[in-house]
Ligand binder design. Sequence first.
Ligand SMILES: [Zn+2]
Length: 379
Amino acid sequence: MARDPDAIGRITPGGVFQPASGPGAADHPDYQAAAAKVRISGPATMTKSATYQVKVTGSAKVCGIIEQSVPRQDMKKPYTIPVTLKDLKAGQTRVKVYAVGCSTTNSYPVYGIGYKTISQPVHVNKVTRWIAPTSEKKADRTLSVSVTAAKAGISARVLKGSRPVKTLPTKKSKKATFTWAPARATPGSYTVAVKAGGTTVKLATGVTDGWAPMNWPFARCKTLTWTYNATNEPARAKNMVVDIKEGFRQITAATGIQFKRVSQGGTIGLTWAGKKHFPDGETDADGLGGSTGNGTVATKGSVWFNTASRWVGDPGYGRYDGVPGRGALIVHEVTHSLGLGHVTDQAALMYPIAGVGSPTTLTRYEIAGLNTLYNAKSC
Ligand SMILES: [Zn+2]
């Protein structure tokens, strides 16, 4: 059934399948079956998605729609059915849609084929979700939008609400990457409006309030489990688990994200490591934190503490001659595993170096970041 329709006939400009002619054609089962017609109506252009009505006349049931570049969608209901196409491939500006009417009564299922070409004037291949002006990493400080258009000439603007805040230089090509690196911008939600060939596509982006995204977050509204493996815990880090428990309690109190300690197989694993993760020993970082996932959502978080760290010998969330205790290290690393990266503002917990006056736990910056990623209080 998923054969090339040209093999058994041709498509008229009106989108109606015409069976093949020539010797033997009249005996071809598809020839006889093609008395049924399939028509597809709907917009000739689509931006992010479009819905098409697939109508079959005759005694057929619609059993499938086949399209060259988006996944096949199977349809069970007869005669008229809406089909929504979306998520075209990057750079794809033109697609062809075939709908196939099927028989439920004989072994040759093709009754008729409808055909429609859909053009997509603007396709946004990629847009940065969040811009973090205070991040250390240049990529986090820069909005990047890559666009493919059916015709040359693409323009882009950044809007806050309906108010334009930045007009990016127009590109004369069919492919373009726009960038915007604001040194200062009011935190909040923004829209990127990309225009080509008279069509505008709008996409959501945002400016963060003193935090930087590092990895994708875990799925929202789920209790995250954690394990602490005390193997190789140095003697000076006695009762480390007490401060870890308190760290999770503080993150929950500030953000509403729920955690539960388990004995094994936790979502976030906290362990000790030596030369493997900290080759420079005592002069290396005191801890590391991060996560891995499937490309859109984190699935496993990891925190390693350096067995050579002296900081882990300062328990709690108080201060030692002005320097925060190891609680700040614990919450910093766990916050990495929740998806936040380093920032350049020393007032934030996610500044990479702790010293006199550094925060002892989450600050308003990390709370804003975790609330943006998890919005846990609405769960
Ligand atoms: Zn860090």
